[in-house]
Ligand binder design. Structure first.
Ligand SMILES: NC(=O)c1ccc[n+]([C@@H]2O[C@H](COP(=O)([O-])OP(=O)(O)OC[C@H]3O[C@@H](n4cnc5c(N)ncnc54)[C@H](OP(=O)(O)O)[C@@H]3O)[C@@H](O)[C@H]2O)c1
Length: 212
């Protein structure tokens, strides 16, 4: 159990996946004062370690954490979450996008990664968010001093609220849009940014502001 002397309102956050997004968010959460763990496939493998991150086996990522961010490739989600111990009652942020080769969306219309994860982890609270922008704007969510809107979808009001607070703390304008079935709209929305920035090479200095 970690006791890093943080303020009480700081919560332990776990991140499943030691990749681009996992590491970028770990740094953001650390700077905000939240103790961070990253769940890796195996602790026996060699990898570069950062001093402010505690590393655990992926299956143990729920142990000490209030919120767990699923940051594995979108087509490996089912496998990655299946072995997780004691997921019941935990909040999972799902920022994955079901993207295959050449940035093609592989799931949608009638379902989504968010909904599939909620079906597998049926006693956990899945909150879809942080999937619609690239890493550059996830860590720096303002343009011309205006906060970009980050949509949030999930079935549990308390979990949504908790995630909303974190998203606000990260610098976004959070907007809760509905239950987890909204994931099937949020995942294709990511494709606009992906197509424009990753495929067409446009500047990553763009994002959505939803006026309401
Ligand atoms: N990159 C972005 O700008 C961005 C923005 C928004 C959302 N997303 C979404 O975020 C997710 C992660 O993207 P990324 O760019 O961070 O990908 P990435 O750099 O490839 O990182 C994914 C990480 O997950 C690990 N992983 C795979 N299976 C695992 C398992 N069973 N247990 C634990 N870890 C496992 C991978 O390990 P190995 O390499 O050893 O397989 C890798 O370290 C994707 O779903 C993507 O759509 C990405």
């Amino acid at each position: 159990m970690r006791n890093n002397g943080f303020k009480e309102e700081n919560m332990n956050i776990g991140i499943l996946g030691n990749g681009v997004i996992g590491n970028a968010l770990a740094e953001v959460f650390h700077k905000l004062g939240h103790p961070v763990q990253i769940g890796v496939k195996s602790l026996k493998e060699e990898f570069e370690k950062k001093h402010y991150i505690e590393y655990v086996e992926g299956k143990d990522i729920t142990e000490d954490n209030e919120i767990i961010v699923i940051a594995v490739p979108g087509n490996k989600v089912e496998k990655a979450i299946t072995g997780i111990k004691n997921p019941e009652g935990k909040i999972f942020i799902d920022l994955t996008n079901p993207i295959g080769e050449d940035f093609i969306l592989t799931r949608g219309r009638y379902t989504s990664n968010g909904e599939v994860i909620q079906e597998i982890l049926k006693d956990s609270h899945i909150v879809k968010t942080l999937n619609t922008l690239g890493v550059e704007k996830l860590i720096d969510p303002c343009i011309n001093e205006k906060r970009l809107t980050m949509m949030i979808a999930g079935n549990n009001k308390i979990a949504n609220k908790k995630v909303e607070e974190l998203i606000l703390e990260m610098g976004f304008d959070p907007m809760i849009v509905g239950d987890i079935h909204f994931s099937r709209y949020l995942e294709p929305l990511a494709m606009i940014w992906i197509e424009m920035v990753r495929k067409q090479g446009k500047s990553f200095e763009n994002g959505l502001i939803w006026i309401r």
